[in-house]
Design a protein around this ligand. Structure first.
Ligand code: C2O
Ligand code: CU
Length: 493
């Protein structure tokens, strides 16, 4: 599998940036049966590496490699990888062990979609259809969930619809929602954390006419940033060594690049940011004190742009940010930082002067407010494994939601946060937060599909399922909590 084979007419390649392609190690044919992971096995797991999930073996060059970064001393920075972009119509996607250059020219074993780490970025317009022919080249079962896409149950990649190793599935769904940044990742019960952390995730951008009319920065001035943390073994291979409370790894990584930099023009940039970590909250800021102009989040554009200098967001949440490098002189460096961990995430090097007179529109979009909920439902996120006292059961449906009815859903927790609450099948509008941080933040306006529930908080949202009838999920997007059972099935009927 290589880029050329999968490139389809109409696909878009972002030019002018490093596109490092992962290599593919060995032939994924002779692997044993799917490993069924029990909860106990999950908790017992100390370290799983992508190589351990590889079929056959890891290239000798990997085994022989040293270092992989970390440690003290001067930080060498590497060009930010920009994932290749493709149309999701008639696209073939394979999940398999692969090897990726995380920055230094040395290849690390990862799990990859089409040998790309992160996976290919899909880009489509509202009204298009996604038609993805998926092949599972892993040594265990998987699914693909299209996080944020409103997809029918049979295309939603839920844990019930496992694709066996060597098997395949055609994921087909029309793109019925407004412009936004979504993403895709595996969703097999008890193995989501491992598969995502070892590399299986990619961006899915939806565009529409409302967004296009704004003339926002595009082309080389619009980039996805998938921010996450990662641990490595001595040879620099990605590993997954979780604890049940949530996986906090030691190194930041953006778009699969360690210690990245990006050369920028003196222009306004649009960054489509995803927290792709398993459990970590990032609190991002620019080290020159300049604010971000926040224009959108999970469910697309906000009604109005707002300037914010720090944004804390949880796994699964997205941000649509404008960053203004106009007025900076060539040679200036600006660091995107995570104030929580004290990490330097991405260094912007202003390398080229250009003219950019774009004026950020004051009105971005119109959002019809949900109102007058018919029913209230409460969800208590208990411990690290339960919702309303129950661990997930693949075969149990916990409640029924009438199609097209506006409801108020109330999320509470006493501890073990962060619990990023994520719902499949519909977006919601956040109404209030009491306890804990006690306020709503600018990036929680508009449409959301994931909202951060921190310790002792109660968060209320309004939601209406008007896409499809069928089975959907609500769960904690801290992947270790999700894998341990903090997830619930419901049916829209
Ligand atoms: Cu991003 Cu149900 O998940
Ligand atoms: Cu949780």
């Amino acid at each position: 599998m290589n880029i050329q084979q999968t490139d389809k007419t109409g696909s878009i390649e972002i030019a002018g940036h490093e596109n490092k392609e992962a290599r593919h190690p060995k032939d994924p044919s002779a692997q044993s049966a799917p490993s069924r992971l029990t909860r106990r096995a999950f908790l017992r797991a100390t370290a799983v590496s992508a190589a351990a999930l590889a079929v056959g073996s890891v290239p000798a060059s990997l085994a022989a490699g040293g270092g992989g970064g970390g440690g003290g001393g001067t930080v060498t920075r590497y060009p930010l990888r920009i994932p290749l972009t493709f149309s999701p119509s008639n696209y073939s996607l394979t999940a398999a062990p692969g090897a990726a250059d995380l920055g230094g020219g040395k290849f690390s074993s990862v799990l990859a979609y089409n040998s790309l780490f992160p996976g290919p970025t899909f880009q489509a317009n509202k009204g298009d259809s996604a038609s993805i022919s998926f092949t599972n080249g892993l040594s265990e079962a998987t699914t693909i969930h299209w996080h944020g896409m409103i997809a029918p149950t049979n295309a939603d990649g839920q844990p019930q619809d496992l694709v066996a190793p060597g098997g395949g599935k055609s994921y087909q769904f029309p793109i019925i929602q407004r412009a936004c940044l979504n993403w895709y990742h595996p969703h097999p019960h008890m193995a989501t954390g491992k598969q995502v952390v070892l590399g299986l995730a990619g961006a899915f951008i939806v565009n529409d006419a409302e967004e296009a009319a704004l003339g926002l920065p595009s082309g080389a001035h619009e980039l996805p940033l998938i921010v996450r943390d990662a641990n490595f073994d001595r040879a620099g291979n990605l590993i997954y060594n979780p604890t049940s409370s949530g996986y906090l790894a030691k190194n930041p990584m953006v778009n699969g690049t360690r210690d990245p930099y990006l050369n920028v023009d003196t222009a306004l940039y649009r960054f489509r940011v995803l927290n792709g970590a398993s459990a970590r909250l990032f609190k991002i800021a620019l080290n020159n004190g300049a604010p971000f102009t926040l224009i959108g989040n999970d469910g697309g554009l906000l009604e109005t742009a707002v300037q914010v200098s720090q944004i804390e967001f949880s796994p699964g949440e997205r941000l649509d940010l404008l960053v203004d490098f106009r007025g900076l002189s060539v040679g200036t460096k600006v660091m995107l930082q995570d104030l929580n961990a004290g990490w330097n995430l991405l260094e912007f090097n202003v390398t080229q002067g250009v003219t950019d007179n774009y004026a950020i529109p004051t009105t971005l979009s119109t959002i019809t407010k949900l109102s007058n909920p018919v029913t209230t439902r409460s969800f208590s996120f208990d411990g690290m494994t339960r919702i309303n006292g129950k661990e997930y059961d693949l075969n149990r449906i916990d409640f029924q939601v009438p199609f097209g009815q506006t409801e108020l859903w109330r999320f509470t927790t006493n501890g073990n946060a962060p619990h990023p609450v994520h719902i499949h099948g519909a977006s919601f509008q956040v109404q209030s937060r009491t306890g804990g941080r006690g306020v709503l933040f600018p990036w929680e306006r508009g449409w959301k599909d994931t909202v951060l529930l921190n310790d002792r908080e109660t968060v209320e949202v309004l939601i209406r399922f008007d896409g499809y009838r069928g089975r959907y999920l609500i769960h904690c997007h801290k992947l270790e909590h999700e894998d341990q059972g903090m997830m619930s099935n419901f049916v829209v009927s």
